[in-house]
Design a protein around this ligand. Structure first.
Ligand SMILES: [Zn+2]
Ligand SMILES: [Zn+2]
Ligand SMILES: [Zn+2]
Ligand SMILES: [Zn+2]
Ligand SMILES: [Zn+2]
Ligand SMILES: [Zn+2]
Ligand SMILES: [Zn+2]
Length: 509
């Protein structure tokens, strides 16, 4: 299967492709905050389970890849939250690796296949003889991927194992996690909403508190100018950049950083933890920040010289006058949670310490366009988030729907869910009529009619639908009748009445 000059990575990719895996990327670059921190030579996907496999290929001609390269692969898989990997070498593989692979499988739930020269030769022979299902079986069994979409007992055991073997991540200083990957508290009917995907990011920030005192004497008046300053600077400790005061993390951390706890650990429970380590030079950052604070806090005084010239004197605090408290490297827990509800997808990014502090919240506003009010419930049918004005609880079961999904009685405007939708409709407009509002029948055709499509008969006080109505003008006033009988009856008495009697008939409603 390998043509001369074809790379080792391509050989492995081709092998996976022949076994019906989808080659997603070759290579796959692993990025973090705009920087490449590593790569996987091939990224393949199992089309039936959707599981993604990260592949590392070493074509080292005589040298044996070992522990270090294996660790790097595990690190990259963990970073990308992948549970399946292939470590392939065109030559041999260090004899320590099978044990390590076993350890990684038990401790981290990551399944790794080690492919050395002999194994690859075996697979190549299968490929030459077109035994592609055997190649597929080879990868599936060793990775622990089931052959079909149907769940097997083994899948269940694996799923349970992965819960038991969930990782625990430790942080030197961490804002405690008080809120979890749940549906937002402001949604009243939030019981059944489970996120499809949730990651708890632990992101490092450097909190630098400073105090500053400077004095300068005004050269003209001799008055002493004083400035007492202080504040907090927060630095993104993975990037080394200073946060702006509008940054949600800045607002959150200045409020809460004193509550950070030391030696904290968080355990993965049905969610993924991604901890970002800080590699910035703290001393260097503190030095730069002190210089900047000194520059930003200079005092300017103006005075006039003996030659009557306007001059300016700048008093800049010395770097030593900027007293630093800290810095504290604190990991901030940030949830990144996605809800897939019906055909709707909502993403929420919020702080684990206080979920009132929000970075992204696609659920917070009413989805009934063009309404922009705050959400207080969610439609259980279409999963639109709705405000107080656009939610429609069912009269019978109280389940909440949005305005478009609810079935409303055309007359009393009471709402019903699909299950409790009243069976009766207006015979004319087909609008729904609830039990209370469906008691009026046309005298003539005995059809239920809504209040918009019926008139009262002046003669018998019964109702008549739009198609059977008989209207007649008496001295410019229209009178409605349910039937020829009522019309005739009214006409007879009208004609035989005197002037005053006729008038009474006309004004009668
Ligand atoms: Zn709806
Ligand atoms: Zn609304
Ligand atoms: Zn209902
Ligand atoms: Zn009604
Ligand atoms: Zn109607
Ligand atoms: Zn009728
Ligand atoms: Zn009538």
């Amino acid at each position: 299967m390998s043509k001369p000059g074809e790379s080792f990575e391509s050989q492995i990719a081709l092998m996976l492709h022949s076994a019906d895996f989808v080659i997603k990327e070759q290579p796959h670059r692993i990025m973090h905050k705009g920087r490449q921190i590593g790569d996987l030579d091939v990224l393949a996907q199992d089309p039936s389970s959707g599981e993604v496999i990260g592949v590392s290929c070493k074509d080292w001609h005589g040298q044996t890849p070992g522990s270090e390269q294996f660790s790097h692969l595990i690190e990259m898989l963990e970073f990308e939250n992948l549970k399946y990997g292939i470590f392939a070498s065109s030559g041999s593989i260090a004899h320590t690796l099978p044990l390590r692979a076993e350890y990684v499988r038990n401790a981290k739930g990551i399944n790794i296949i080690l492919l050395g020269y002999d194994e690859i030769k075996k697979l190549k022979n299968l490929a030459y003889s077109k035994q592609t299902t055997d190649i597929e079986d080879y990868f599936r069994t060793r990775l622990g991927l089931s052959a079909s979409k149907r769940k097997t007992v083994a899948d269940e055991i694996r799923a349970q194992k992965s819960v038991i073997l969930s990782r625990t991540i430790e942080c030197e200083r961490l804002l405690p996690v008080n809120f979890w990957n749940e549906s937002p508290r402001y949604i009243m009917n939030n019981q059944d909403l489970l996120p499809a995907d949730s990651t708890l990011r632990l992101e490092p920030y450097l909190v630098i508190d400073y105090r500053l005192h400077i004095q300068a004497r005004h050269l003209g008046t001799g008055k002493l100018l004083e400035s007492n300053g202080g504040g907090t600077v927060i630095v993104d400790a993975s990037q080394g950049t200073v946060l702006s005061e509008n940054d949600p993390v800045f607002k959150h951390l200045t409020k809460y950083y004193t509550n950070a706890e030391t030696h904290m650990s968080v355990q993965e429970k049905g969610f993924t933890i991604k901890k970002t380590e800080s590699f910035v030079n703290q001393r260097e950052i503190v030095r730069t920040i002190r210089e900047q604070i000194a520059i930003q806090n200079e005092i300017r005084t103006h005075y006039t010289t003996a030659k009557n010239e306007q001059r300016q004197k700048i008093v800049r605090p010395r770097v030593d006058d900027v007293h630093i408290i800290g810095p504290y490297l604190i990991h901030v827990p940030i949830w990144d949670v996605t809800f897939n509800l019906g055909d709707k997808t909502y993403r929420r990014v919020y702080f684990g310490y206080d979920d009132n502090d929000v970075i992204i919240d696609e659920m917070s506003k009413c989805q009934i366009k063009p309404c922009e009010h705050d959400t207080d419930s969610i439609c259980i049918r279409c999963y639109s988030t709705t405000c107080d004005n656009h939610n429609r609880p069912c009269l019978m079961c109280s389940k909440i729907l949005c305005e478009p999904c609810a079935h409303a009685c055309i007359d009393c405007r009471k709402n019903f869910c699909d299950e409790h939708k009243p069976p009766t409709v207006c015979g004319t407009c087909r609008s729904i009529l609830c039990q209370n509002c469906s008691s009026v029948l046309c005298m003539e055709c005995k059809t239920v009619v809504c209040s918009n499509h019926r008139e009262k008969c002046i003669q018998c006080d019964g109702y008549v639908c739009s198609s059977h109505i008989i209207s007649k003008k008496y001295a410019l006033v229209t009178k409605n009748f349910c039937s020829q009988l009522c019309f005739n009856g009214f006409g007879e008495t009208y004609r035989s009445s005197g002037m005053f009697g006729k008038f009474k008939k006309i004004i009668k409603k």
